[in-house]
Design a protein around this ligand. Structure first.
Ligand SMILES: [Fe+2]
Length: 208
């Protein structure tokens, strides 16, 4: 089962989108969107904005992931350079100073395609987990709880320290989280529900 895959063969996106994400980061006021989340990205749920996680017996507030639309041309660029079925090109940043973005499942997509603009710190990891006695992966139709609060019940499946300036595909139907955050993390993203063509392309690149 794929948790993540680095995609070094995918070109860097046009600099204008990276710049747009960095400018947005500078101008974005933390707290400005308090209580104003959207159903689409799950942030309308107040449990999300106030969530705490239990990690090794200590309680921490979780950061909140925020997604902002990028120009339609970016989604078109993703269709042409990654996969024709890419959708929802966006800037993704997060709010809060805590080291965690707690375990969760994304509500509306199977896979995220991330281009890392800022990792959020030198030792940041993205991790995938399985809750004891529960499925590893949930389908879009399963409607499992989207948020998880306690690392104690979770078994680590995989983790990665992503690099700036690289594309990754991540499985967001498996519980995943981000740890060791020190500063704001910025990615530009699109979404994909079927990665079979992408996996074949990576295999082909690796064998040539
Ligand atoms: Fe996620």
């Amino acid at each position: 089962m794929l948790t993540y895959l680095a995609l070094p063969h995918i070109p860097h996106p046009p600099l204008a989108y990276v710049t747009q994400a960095m400018v947005h980061q500078e101008e974005y006021l933390p707290g400005a969107f308090e209580g104003g989340g959207s159903v689409e990205n799950g942030t309308a749920d107040l449990n999300y904005t106030n969530r705490s996680v239990n990690y090794k017996g200590k309680t921490y507030k979780s950061r909140r992931q925020r997604r902002f639309p990028l120009a339609d041309e970016f989604t078109q660029w993703c269709k042409e350079n990654i996969d024709l079925e890419c959708f929802n090109g966006s800037i993704c940043t997060n709010e809060g100073n805590e080291p965690f973005h707690g375990p969760h499942i994304d509500p509306y997509r199977n896979y995220g395609l991330l281009y890392v603009v800022d990792t959020g710190g030198p030792t940041v990891t993205t991790s995938w987990w399985q809750k004891k006695d529960s499925p590893i992966m949930y389908s879009l139709e399963d409607h499992p709880p989207l948020l998880y609060y306690d690392y104690t019940d979770l078994e680590l499946l995989n983790s990665v320290s992503m690099k700036v300036g690289m594309w990754y595909v991540i499985n967001v139907r498996v519980l995943h989280s981000v740890e060791n955050l020190k500063s704001r993390r910025i990615t530009i993203q699109c979404s994909l529900n079927d990665v079979s063509r992408l996996e074949s392309a990576v295999l082909l690149k690796n064998n040539t």
